[in-house]
Write a protein that binds this ligand. Sequence first.
Ligand code: COA
Length: 154
Amino acid sequence: MDPKTPSESFTEMTELVLPQHTNAIGTAFGGVIMSWIDICSSIAAMRHCGRVCVTARVDALEFKAPIKVGDVVCLTARLNAAFRSSMEIGVRVEREDAMTGQRALCADARTTFVNLGDDGKPSPVPPLLSETGEDRRLAAEAADRRQQRRAGKI
Ligand SMILES: CC(C)(COP(=O)(O)OP(=O)(O)OC[C@H]1O[C@@H](n2cnc3c(N)ncnc32)[C@H](O)[C@@H]1OP(=O)(O)O)[C@@H](O)C(=O)NCCC(=O)NCCS
């Protein structure tokens, strides 16, 4: 399998917060944001593998600031690391004021997706080719977290 860079699978997604996405106080419902995080990262995983991938895990999900009805929500997903059949993906969620264009980070998370073969079993993913120092740093940190997960420490 040919290696792929993080930029080849980088995914941006834009949503508009409508009344049906909100809770009783007019801010975005956490479960809706979680589903957008899942969709955005699954697109990045599929772009990397060229196949359907499934969510195995969500880590470090934090809602840092509320998102209001009428806000534009900009999500980005980028592969931090590719392992054997799994990938760690970092997701950022920003609120954008459509009038001013001003953006603020509202949530972030790390997801793990697994590539499935035709038999429905985990199947190898293409290696991730680090191009920059930042790519290498993110991949090394993800590898460290994977060790900790496997050791049951996180
Ligand atoms: C994710 C899933 C395919 C893993 O299958 P499995 O038979 O346990 O496979 P394995 O134990 O061989 O693990 C396969 C890979 O997934 C990783 N993995 C499995 N469970 C994981 C978890 N909870 N967190 C992080 N990584 C996980 C393993 O570390 C391994 O990674 P590697 O191949 O890169 O080393 C299986 O648990 C599953 O189908 N879960 C349900 C997925 C789902 O329905 N998602 C929601 C809808 S998309």
